[in-house]
Design a protein around this ligand. Sequence first.
Ligand SMILES: *Cc1c(COP(=O)(O)O)cnc(C)c1O
Length: 361
Amino acid sequence: MFVKPQLKTLNAYVPGKTTAAIKKEHGLGHVIKLASNENPYGASPLAIKAYQNFTDFSIYPDGSVLALREKTAKFLGVEPNQLLFGAGADEVIQMVSRAILSKGDNIVLADDTFIQYRHHAVIEGAESKIVPLIGGTHDLEGMLKAIDPFTRMVWVCNPNNPTGTYVNSHALEAFLHQVPDNVLVILDEAYLEYAVAEDFPKSIPLVNKFKNLLILRTFSKAYGLAAFRIGYGVGAGELIAGFETARLPFNTTAPSQEAAMAALADQGFVAQCAAKNREAMALLEGFLNKKGIAYYPSQANFLFIPLNNSREIAAFLESIGIIVRPFPTGLRISIGTKEEISELIGGLGQWFGKAVEGVIK
Ligand SMILES: *Cc1c(COP(=O)(O)O)cnc(C)c1O
């Protein structure tokens, strides 16, 4: 084998099953997917139009992402040189890991969090110091204690995927004050647009105060552009400049830059999606409360039910045409439309006993 030995300890990413695959497997005519936290309302019509108007197929994209950079900087209230664009936030995670980590280093992260953080650390030969979540939430105290002289970065996913929980602004700032300056804190806010808690961190101004803070954002979730692969990091100018050499020359595509610019300009669409998300979430919460099924309160567009038989439930739901995501610690359900959530409630009702009256049509 030619690859680094540590790659043998990893699995290639297995995406959630497609609706087409499930239809075929179970002979179903109708299948809904509540497994990948995708936007059930699609994308802004402005973004779709921008993409349809794109014709410069033979021209390399603007690798420096000038136009989208300007607009995003203005939207966030930062300088253009404080942004690092990638083919999804996923690529930013890869770039940052590649630029920072070597053998002998370690990262600090939660046990149940976004899988890609550890994945890239392993590829770079770094160790992972895993700090268990407490009640589904990041244990920032524990993470601080885990930092040692070989720690290069700490990952905080907020809201956390898969649990949907969050750390509030007070806890985050106290944490940032205590993390040593030479340790990078990466705050992954892939689901920020869905957060409604009043004390949810308003993180962007913090990058000017803490030069060791990198915030991740994406156009894949609330903006509904997952197919385009575009996301970015926000940090101090000096921090961002350091990552530029680890970036491929044309890492984001021209049509995705166009679509993202139009999507960013349509904040009304994002707000609508976030509002509908809370409505459908409330429907699911109502059902779970009624049934006495415990779940983690979520600030994202998914809800996590801690369970130890999540695979069985997921397999049952799949057999009736509802795809959800099982984890070893529980079931993650993406919040679809109200209709989709009603259907899911019907399925969960079948599994957990008798269906709840009035919810299922
Ligand atoms: C979806 C997701 C990302 C990556 O999204 P991209 O599509 O690569 O932009 C990053 N972090 C978390 C926590 C996610 O759930």
